[in-house]
Design a binder for this molecule. Sequence first.
Ligand code: NBP
Length: 477
Amino acid sequence: PTAQIGVTGLAVMGRNLARNFARHGHTVAIHNRTAAKTTALAEEFGHEGTFIPATTAAEFVAALERPRRLVIMVKAGGPTDAVIDEFAPLLEPGDMIIDGGNAHFADTRRREAALRPSGVHFVGAGISGGEEGALHGPSIMPGGSPESYESLGPLLEDIAAKADDGTPCCAHIGPDGAGHFVKMVHNGIEYADMQLIAEAYDLLRNVAGYEPAQIAETFHGWNKGRLDSYLIEITAEILAHKDAATGKPFVDVVADAAEQKGTGRWTVQTALDLGVPVSGIAEAVFARAVSGHGELRRSAAGLPGPHPSVLDPRDAARFADQVEQALYASKVISYTQGFHQIQAAGAEYGWDIDLGAVAALWRGGCIIRAAFLDDIRAAYAADPALPGLLADQRFATGVGEAQHAWRTVVASAARHGIAAPGFSASLAYYDALRAERLPAALTQGQRDYFGAHTYRRTDREGSFHTLWGGDRSEVEA
Ligand code: NBP
């Protein structure tokens, strides 16, 4: 056996990952359920490196050096279980099965627990960056045992994207489902980032009165500052693009119903279970859902609201600058919420995740790569126990300086009748966090009134209940 790594599942992702390993000088065993894909890969890209095509599972396993490293890149869910069931009996203690698909972290925990007694390491590895990333350097989030990472880490780090300082965008995240959990939150943050950018576009278009080409220019400018990111960069390109058939801006000919594959929804579902407020991410998932309910939207189309009006050009430029500030501040909130979710899951599942390392490995290769992530890395490096990003001086100052513009933008959106759920929810979260007193006190009173759920007091220890149906005296519960 001569292959350092094997890849089974040769659709777009697996094929490009296999090529990436081969281009880095590793001998790669390749396998796919439908053998034609295996042959095609070897024929088309054999010149890029050394591939060992295998048609049967036994041939594939026999081609791998021990301990064997076998990457599964098949459709998440049932197919992944089917492939594990096929290969696990052929493996020996110390071998590794790496699932690079978009598995739900709970499935990864289940699979890892099922394989552990056999001594086979199951590594759930989140991989971000799409097809291009898989080929040129993705961001990789491997979970699983520390021993598995000792053997696997160097290979993964070799093919991963590199941050500007040369660090590979790959690090051991934590045991069992930790890697897939972090990948899930990455996708949730990606939803939020995309929604916030979409709101910024909507406001520039319908409040500032900018045409798509001018918004492309504006985003291009923003991309030179603190918002420098892959998503802002591609947004500028998309907005500058004209439809060949009609000559209209591309964005005007695309149906306005956003689809989703489910990782954003998983992020929100999991956050609800963990009791972590991820309102920015949730609003992004909901905004896509709203866009898809065509009939409901059509039925509401005639409802009253402000007449469309755009700002005077002299005020528009100032407004555009305020939108940049609102976008920055809202983005900080999305990341604050996402990192909180990772921190909470770490505590729940005993993962001990290094949040700074997570920020560091998102700096390259993945969809949310951004200059900004280096500031998050630095914030957690300075204080690994940081309660949240707003507790870091740089973020507190940045958001503090933006908060006035942020409010202006949210108020303008409401006044002009433009939905800006991401900006609004993020601002509400910011204001709730900084409030000295929340109306939660009243909520506790209501809960005690109708359900005798008790409350705590600000002035003494203990749990209390007021006899609401009786003389309204207070008793200690
Ligand atoms: P797909 O998700 O489209 O899966 C196709 C692959 O799964 C093919 O190799 C297919 O084999 C194999 N497969 C299926 Br379907 N059922 C199988 C079964 N029962 N037994 C064995 N093999 C089976 O491929 P992809 O888009 O390359 O994505 C792979 C994984 O990476 C997914 O989990 C995806 O969520 C994740 N991911 C994708 C992206 C992306 O940008 N596409 C990004 C990040 C992560 P066949 O050729 O015989 O049909």
